[in-house]
Design a protein around this ligand. Structure first.
Ligand code: FE
Ligand code: ZN
Ligand code: FE
Length: 169
């Protein structure tokens, strides 16, 4: 079916982020294992739990739209996760590897923030009040995860944390 209007585009983007969240669910355990800092392990584990909830939330959105949850391959997320795996291969367990993990994990969070921000705007435009609220819940979780990652490096590896500029916006 061709994408002809904002409603179609909204559904296409939902399918894409559902695939991305599935990929994150599979990718995060490797990052958790590879992290040295307990704080980083905890933050990533917490976000893995949240991510499972985000998948459920997307399934709920599909059911509210009265369509079956479907996915289209998210090539962007595949690339981001490949980069995470490369970092794990390249460095041995250390504070430096933790910094590299945070750098890569934050790219994922920013990608998700961009996606859910757009989806929320589309849902608002389409007058889908309940779905807008669901998307906002996930968007807030992604932002909080991003800010937490910035904080973890603060005071240890980098005095100003990682990506504090992006997080001050
Ligand atoms: Fe997510
Ligand atoms: Zn994508
Ligand atoms: Fe996330």
């Amino acid at each position: 079916m061709a994408t002809e209007n904002i409603n179609d585009l909204f559904i296409e983007e939902l399918k894409n982020i559902l695939d991305a969240e599935h990929q994150i669910t599979k990718g995060l355990p490797n990052l958790i294992k590879a992290s040295e800092s307990l704080e980083l392990k905890d933050a990533l584990s917490g976000h893995l739990k949240e991510t499972e909830g985000q998948v459920e939330r997307l399934n709920k959105i599909f059911s509210l739209l009265k369509i079956k949850p479907q996915t289209t391959s998210c090539k962007a997320m595949k690339g981001l996760i490949d980069e995470c795996d490369a970092v794990i291969k390249e460095f041995s367990k250390s504070a430096l590897r933790d910094a590299a993990i945070i750098a890569k994990a934050q790219r994922i969070e920013h990608y998700e923030i961009a996606t859910y921000g757009t989806l929320k705007s589309f849902a608002t435009e389409l007058g889908l009040i309940e779905i807008t609220a669901l998307l906002k819940t996930t968007l807030d979780q992604e932002s909080a995860a991003d800010k937490k990652l910035t904080k973890i490096a603060e005071g240890s590896l980098l005095t100003a944390g990682i990506n504090s500029e992006a997080n001050s916006k």
